[in-house]
Design a protein around this ligand. Structure first.
Ligand SMILES: C=CCOC(=O)Nc1nc2cc3[nH]c(NC)nc3cc2c(=O)[nH]1
Length: 373
C-alpha cells in the first residue's frame, strides 16, 4: 500500500488549510469535524445516518469503553469498527480528560492515573503504556497520548507541572506505540494560557516527529479570545505538514475562527448533546425547539437541507416530540445538527480551495445574526 498514513496539504488561504489524511480505512477531508461516539455510538444515530451526513471519521472514548464493555471484550469481538459497524477511521482519546472529569477518587502521579469507575466504583490504573494498549485493543486508527489537562484559570506552576508531565508521558506513549503502519499516534500540546509553556510543549513534541498534533488544554472554561490567542502562539510552531487537532471544540463560530488560525480537525459533543436537549443548529442560527412559539409552525428547520431531519419535519412536530420527551425528537435534532456541522465543514473546505475563506466566514457569521428565525 502507498504511505499508510499520509497528510496532503492541498491549499492554503491565509493560515487556513485544506487537506486530506489518507489511511487504510479511508480518507479524512480536512478541515474535519469528528462526531463524538463516546460509548461506541454517536448517541441516537445509526452509523449509516452519521456517514450520510458526510462524516469521514468519528471519535471513541477510551475511558468509557474500557469500563464498559471492556477493551479486551471489544478486541475479542473484532475491534471497534466491527463492534459498532463503522468501517471508516476512528480516533480514540487516551481517557485522561474523561478520567479527570468523570471518575471518582482520582489520583495522578508520574506513573499515570488511578481512579474508581463512575459506573461501579471498581478501581483502575491507567498508565501511558496501558492507554496505548487499550487504544490498540480497540483497533483505533488515530490514538492519543495520555496527558494531563488542567482547567483554566490555573497558576503558572500548576500549568507547567502538568505540561512537563504530559511531555514525559508523550515520550512513553511514543515508545509504547512503536511503529504501527496504517495507524497514528498524536501528541497533545499543553501549556494552558501561557505562551512560554505552549512554545516549549510544541517544540518538544515536534522533535518527537509524531504523525499529528492535538492542541489540548483549551475549551476548559477560558474566554474564546484566550483560546484563539493560544492557537496563534501554538500553530505556527507545529510542523506545517502534519495535521493539527483542537480538542473539544466547538461551536460553529469557534470552528470558523480556529480554522482561520490553522486548525485541521475538531471534535465536540455540542451538536449531539444540544440536539438531545431540543436545540437545532441551522444556517440562520440556533432554534430552541422547546420554545412554545414553534407549536404551530409548519415550516421545516431548513427546506434546502439535504438532511431529512432538517427538510421533512415541521418545527411544530419537532417541538411536540421534544416537549413529549419522545426519543424521535432527540434523534431528529441530533441528525440535523451533525448534518449542519458537516455542511459547515464542506463549505469551509470549498472556500479555502477557492481562496474565499475570509469572505465565506463573514457571510456564514452574518447569516446567524438573523435573530428570530
Ligand atoms: C479526544 C480527545 C483526546 O483526549 C485526550 O486524550 N486528552 C485530552 N482531551 C481533551 C478534551 C477536551 N475537551 C475540551 N473541551 C470540551 N477541552 C479538552 C481538552 C483535552 C485535553 O487537553 N486532553
Amino acid at each position: 500500500m502507498s504511505e499508510p498514513f499520509r497528510f496532503q496539504l492541498q491549499a492554503k488561504d491565509g493560515a487556513a488549510r485544506l487537506g486530506a489524511i489518507t489511511m487504510p480505512r479511508g480518507t479524512i477531508r480536512t478541515p474535519a469535524f469528528m462526531p463524538v461516539g463516546t460509548a461506541a455510538t454517536v448517541k441516537t444515530l445509526t452509523m449509516d445516518q452519521v456517514r450520510g451526513t458526510g462524516a469521514d471519521i468519528i471519535l471513541g472514548n477510551t475511558y468509557h469503553l474500557m469500563l464498559r464493555p471492556g477493551a479486551e471484550r471489544v478486541a475479542r469481538l473484532g475491534g471497534l469498527h466491527e463492534f459498532a459497524r463503522w468501517p471508516h477511521p476512528i480516533l480514540t482519546d487516551s481517557g485522561g480528560f474523561q478520567v479527570m472529569s468523570l471518575a471518582t477518587l482520582r489520583k495522578l502521579d508520574e506513573k499515570g492515573v488511578t481512579f474508581r469507575s463512575h459506573i461501579d466504583g471498581a478501581k483502575y490504573e491507567m498508565s501511558p503504556e496501558r492507554s496505548i494498549e487499550i487504544q490498540g485493543l480497540l483497533d483505533s486508527d488515530i490514538q492519543m497520548q495520555l496527558d494531563e489537562c488542567v482547567a483554566l484559570p490555573a497558576a503558572y506552576a500548576e500549568v507547567e507541572r502538568a505540561m512537563e508531565l504530559s511531555l514525559r508521558w508523550a515520550e512513553r506513549c511514543r515508545i509504547a506505540f512503536g511503529d504501527q503502519p496504517g495507524r497514528a499516534m498524536f501528541g497533545i500540546v499543553q501549556g494552558g494560557a501561557e505562551p512560554a509553556l505552549r512554545e516549549r510543549s510544541a517544540l518538544v513534541l515536534k522533535a518527537m516527529d509524531l504523525k499529528g498534533y492535538a492542541v489540548g488544554g483549551l475549551a476548559v472554561g477560558e474566554p474564546q479570545q484566550v483560546m484563539l490567542d493560544m492557537l496563534e502562539v501554538t500553530c505556527p510552531l507545529l510542523p506545517a505538514e502534519k495535521p493539527r487537532y483542537l480538542m473539544g471544540v466547538g461551536t460553529p463560530d469557534d470552528i470558523l475562527k480556529s480554522v482561520a488560525r490553522g486548525i485541521d480537525m475538531f471534535d465536540c459533543v455540542m451538536p449531539t448533546r444540544a440536539g438531545r436537549h431540543g436545540l437545532a443548529f441551522t444556517r440562520r442560527g440556533r432554534v430552541n425547539l422547546r420554545n412554545a412559539r414553534h407549536a404551530d409552525d409548519h415550516r421545516p428547520l431548513d427546506e434546502e437541507s439535504d438532511c431529512p431531519a432538517a427538510r421533512d419535519y415541521s418545527r411544530a412536530y419537532l417541538h411536540h416530540l421534544i416537549r413529549a420527551q419522545e426519543s424521535l425528537g432527540a434523534m431528529l435534532l441530533s441528525w440535523n445538527n451533525i448534518a449542519y456541522y458537516q455542511n459547515l465543514m464542506q463549505g469551509i473546505r470549498d472556500a479555502i480551495g477557492s481562496g474565499t475563506f475570509v469572505s465565506h466566514a463573514e457571510k456564514i457569521s452574518a447569516s446567524w445574526a438573523q435573530g428570530d428565525i
